[in-house]
Design a protein around this ligand. Structure first.
Ligand code: GDP
Length: 405
C-alpha cells in the first residue's frame, strides 16, 4: 500500500555500512549550535491561594528576582473580584545559553468566599493560548510562530497535612487534560517529615481516586540506566514538598545556604535531606523542560486541536496523511453558503416573474372580455361616449353605470 512518498521510502529502507568518513555524525552538534544561537523559551504557570509562596518559589527556582515588588501585586489583587491572569517574561542566561522564561501567575485563585469556578478563567486562558497557536499554524506565513502555550502548571497545595480540598480536586480534574500538572506541597517547612510523608500519600490517593492525570516523565528505550534511575527518583518525590526563600544563612561547616531560619536551625532550600526543591528544579529545568514542551505540543495541544476541529465538523482520516486546513474548510463553507443564497434568490425571482406573468395574463384577459361586451342601452347615450362604430372604448366605459352629471 502506497499512500504517500514517506511510507514508500520507509518500506524500502536498507541498512548500509559506511566505507569511510561522511560527516553526519556531527549532526547533533549542528542542532546544538543552532539551538544555542536561537535560545530557548519556556512558559510556566503557578496556581494556588495567595500567600502560599508562589512568587518566592519562582524567584528561588531561577535564582533571580523575577517577580515585581510584592506590594504592586497585592494592591491590584485586593481590588479584583475574579481570578486574574498575569504574566512576567524575562530573558535569563546561563553559560551562554539564553532562556526566555515566562511565568504566568493567577492572583485571586482560591481567595474568594465562593471559589467554585476559580478554575474556569485559568482553563479559558490555557485554551485561548492554544487557539492563538492554532490560528498561527493556519496562516499562510508561519515563519514567525510564537509559542505562548503553557508548558507546565505548578499547583500549590496548602500544607494542611490532611487531604486535598474540594477546590484542589476540582481544579486538577478540570485541567489535567489541558496542561502538564505538577502538584507541590507549599511551605513544606511548616510540616514535620512524618507529616509530609503521610500528606503525600493521602494526596496521591485522592489524585488516583479522581482519575487525575498528573505529569509523568516518559521512559525511553534508548535511556541509559542512570537516566532511568534519575527519572524514577524524581517521579517518586511527586507531589514535591517545597520550601522557597530569598534569604541566605551561615550554617555549620562554614557554608552559606538559602533557607528559612527556625530557633532550632535552618531549613535549607537546596538540601535534598530537607525538602524536594532540588528535585523539582531538576525536573522542571535541568532534565524535563524539553519533555514538558514536547508533551504539551504532541499530546495536550494535539488533543485540543482534534477536539476543536471535530467540533467544527472536520474529520481527519488517519490512513491518509492529508492535513485538514481549517481556513480552507471555512472558505469551502462560505462558498457553499453563497451558492445556497444565490439559489434561493433565483427561486424567488422565478416565483416573482411567474406571479407578474399571471397578473399580466389576467389583465389582458379582462381587457379582451371588456372589448367583447355588448353596447349599452340607447336611452343612456348621454352618459356614455361611443366610438364611430357604436362600440364602447374601454377608456370611456362606466361599468357601474354611474352618471357623471
Ligand atoms: P504568593 O502570594 O503565593 O506569591 O506568596 P509569597 O511568595 O509572596 O509568600 C508569602 C509569604 O510566605 C512571604 O512572607 C514569604 O516569605 C513566605 N514564604 C514563601 N515561601 C515560603 C516557604 O517555603 N515556607 C515558609 N514558611 N514561608 C514561605
Amino acid at each position: 500500500q502506497q499512500t504517500n512518498g514517506a511510507s514508500h521510502t520507509l518500506s524500502s529502507v536498507v541498512r548500509k555500512k559506511l566505507q569511510g568518513y561522511v560527516g553526519f555524525a556531527n549532526l547533533p552538534n549542528q542542532v546544538h549550535r543552532k539551538s544555542v544561537k536561537k535560545g530557548f523559551q519556556f512558559t510556566a504557570m503557578v496556581v494556588g491561594e495567595s500567600g502560599l509562596g508562589k512568587s518566592t518559589l519562582v524567584n528561588t527556582l531561577f535564582n533571580t528576582q523575577l517577580y515585581p515588588p510584592k506590594e504592586d501585586v497585592e494592591l491590584t489583587h485586593e481590588t479584583s473580584q475574579t481570578v486574574e491572569i498575569k504574566s512576567i517574561t524575562s530573558d535569563i542566561e546561563e553559560n551562554g545559553v539564553k532562556l526566555r522564561l515566562t511565568v504566568v501567575d493567577t492572583p485571586g485563585f482560591g481567595d474568594f468566599v465562593n471559589n467554585e469556578e476559580s478554575w474556569k478563567p485559568i482553563l479559558d486562558n490555557i485554551e485561548s493560548r492554544y487557539d492563538t497557536y492554532l490560528e498561527q499554524e493556519n496562516r499562510v506565513n508561519r515563519r514567525r510562530t510564537m509559542d505562548n502555550r503553557i508548558h507546565a502548571c505548578i499547583y500549590f497545595i496548602t500544607p494542611t497535612g490532611h487531604a486535598l480540598k474540594q477546590m484542589d480536586i476540582e481544579f486538577m480534574r478540570r485541567l489535567h487534560t489541558r496542561v502538564n500538572l505538577i502538584p507541590v506541597i507549599a511551605k513544606a517547612d511548616t510540616l514535620t517529615e512524618e507529616e509530609v510523608a503521610a500528606f503525600k500519600e493521602r494526596i496521591l490517593a485522592d489524585i488516583n481516586y479522581h482519575n487525575i492525570q498528573i505529569y509523568q516523565a516518559p521512559a525511553y528505550e534508548y535511556d541509559d540506566q542512570e537516566t532511568i534511575d534519575e527519572n524514577r527518583e524524581i517521579m517518586s518525590k511527586i507531589p514535591f514538598a517545597v520550601v522557597g526563600s530569598d534569604k541566605e544563612f551561615d550554617v555549620e561547616g562554614g557554608r552559606r545556604v538559602r533557607g528559612r531560619q527556625y530557633p532550632w536551625g535552618v531549613i535549607e532550600v537546596d538540601n535534598e535531606e530537607h525538602c524536594d526543591f532540588v528535585k523539582l528544579r531538576q525536573m522542571l529545568i535541568r532534565t524535563h523542560m524539553e519533555e514538558l514542551k514536547e508533551y504539551t505540543n504532541d499530546v495536550l495541544y494535539e488533543n485540543y486541536r482534534t477536539e476543536k476541529l471535530s467540533a467544527m465538523g472536520i474529520q481527519q482520516d488517519p490512513s491518509v496523511f492529508k492535513e485538514v486546513n481549517p481556513v480552507q474548510k471555512m472558505e469551502e463553507e462560505r462558498t457553499a453558503h453563497e451558492q445556497k443564497l444565490a439559489k434561493m434568490e433565483a427561486e424567488m425571482r422565478a416565483v416573482f416573474q411567474a406571479k407578474v406573468q399571471e397578473k399580466e395574463t389576467k389583465l389582458k384577459q379582462s381587457e379582451e372580455e371588456l372589448t367583447l361586451l355588448p353596447s349599452p342601452l340607447p336611452s343612456d347615450t348621454t352618459t356614455c361616449a361611443s366610438g364611430p362604430t357604436g362600440q364602447l372604448s374601454s377608456s370611456s366605459f362606466n361599468p357601474r353605470g354611474i352618471h357623471l352629471n
